[in-house]
Write a protein that binds this ligand. Structure first.
Ligand code: CTP
Ligand code: MG
Length: 379
């Protein structure tokens, strides 16, 4: 299947009561739009991404999403139905599966995307994720407030997104309708197609009211909350190069091989920081597709990672690193290294070291490993 995910983010967020459109409301150190795109980017299947932005907000949307890979941003409309139609208009030729997703369901687990696409691959024309309804349901006459018997909720489901469709069927269904529909499955059903359900997820709740935003913020770490990242890096000794370790030069010691200065301590710190921010790892930001960083000093990686993290609304609270190596002896220069690293990261960095009792590659003196833990504070 050639899959496109369309994220509709053009709503105004009236019920949230913010001055800006809902997609641009702050959520745990970023915007709701970034959090929802970040979530979808974690999906392992190949797909292209279309984001439908509120009219006049296309440029800010593109700027916010510049670090999230290729994203086509198009202009939304008055109603959600109009916005989805705009998104469908941007599907690349050859699209066979389209998943329409609400930006407002920013915490949707990628497993739901898997289930929807798997059902499409198995031949469904339309797929909705649904979850069981937990409250008792009754009928209510809104004018008299008289109530009827409880409805059998075991036969009902609450519908979420992403909703998946055979692209050609959904496009044809949208061409045939007029007026407003609450979801895309209803449009497909109006065209006479069946829609099947897969399991949704409680975390796919729609951020509608301020209390929903608070819930999402607390799940993501929330303002004042913390996020933790951990990472290991390993390099082998190369006697032909000078040693740079923990931000210090070590004259007379064997150096470490590596694509840059081989400073495993800083590399592990950068990886832990990026992981804590949910921003991938060294390869994501400094890999083969970023030639401008080729052979760069580890301090350049660190400075760039710190910028990305700050822009995403985090400050680094503290970092701990353990070096696992037979040599060099860290103890005599531990405080010196901590001072340099603390200066570089801009928060307390604690360093410790151990040997591995002569075992393994570090025990044989073949290389150095470093294990870093980073704590970010959400601002
Ligand atoms: N949506 C859209 N275009 C619209 C209206 C809604 O793209 N004209 C999107 C929203 O951005 C959201 C999803 O459809 O991701 C579900 O809509 P809803 O949760 O109702 O968001 P809003 O319409 O923004 O909120 P409200 O109804 O409170 O104004
Ligand atoms: Mg709405």
């Amino acid at each position: 299947m050639t899959t496109v995910v369309v994220i509709v983010a053009a709503g105004s967020g009236t019920r949230l009561g913010s001055t800006q459109p809902k997609a641009f409301v702050a959520l745990a150190g970023a915007t709701l739009l970034e959090q929802s795109v970040r979530g979808v980017r974690g999906w392992s299947r190949p797909f292209s991404l279309v984001v439908v932005a509120p009219p006049g907000w296309e440029t800010p949307a593109r700027q916010l999403l510049a670090d999230y890979g290729d994203v086509t941003v198009v202009t939304g409309g008055e109603t959600r139905t109009d916005s989805v139609r705009a998104g469908l208009g941007a599907l690349p030729a050859g699209t066979t599966a389209v998943l329409i997703h609400d930006a407002a369901r920013a915490l949707t687990p990628v497993a739901v995307f898997d289930r929807v696409l798997d059902a499409l691959t198995s031949g469904a024309q339309g797929v909705v994720p649904q979850i069981a309804v937990v409250d008792t349901l009754i009928s209510v006459d809104r004018s008299s407030m008289a109530t009827g018997d409880a409805v059998d909720r075991s036969a009902l489901g609450a519908v979420q997104t992403p909703q998946g469709f055979h692209a050609a069927s959904l496009i044809a269904a949208y061409e045939a309708i007029d007026g407003d529909f609450t979801d895309d499955a209803a449009v497909l059903r109006a065209a006479g197609h069946d829609v099947v359900a897969v399991d949704g997820d409680a975390m796919s709740f729609k951020i509608t009211y301020p209390a929903d935003l608070q819930r999402a913020a607390s799940v993501l770490g929330g303002t004042g909350g913390h996020r933790v990242g951990t990472a290991v890096d390993v390099h082998q000794f190369d006697p032909g190069v000078p040693l740079t370790l923990a931000g210090l030069a070590w004259p007379g010691e064997d150096g470490l091989a590596g694509h840059s200065d081989g400073d495993v301590v800083i590399h592990a710190i950068v990886d832990a920081l990026l992981q804590a921010a949910g921003m991938g790892d060294l390869g994501t930001h400094f890999g083969a597709n970023r030639p401008e960083f080729e052979g760069a000093n580890s301090r350049v990686f660190l400075a760039h990672a710190l910028t990305l993290i700050r822009d995403a609304g985090y400050v680094v609270g503290s970092v701990g690193v353990q070096i696992i190596a037979q040599k060099p002896k860290i103890g005599p220069r531990r405080l010196e290294a901590e001072t340099v690293l603390t200066e570089l990261v801009g928060c307390p960095v604690a360093l410790s070291a151990t040997t591995s009792d002569g075992l393994g590659f570090t025990g044989r003196g073949e290389g150095v490993a470093a294990l870093a833990t980073a704590v970010l504070v959400v601002v």
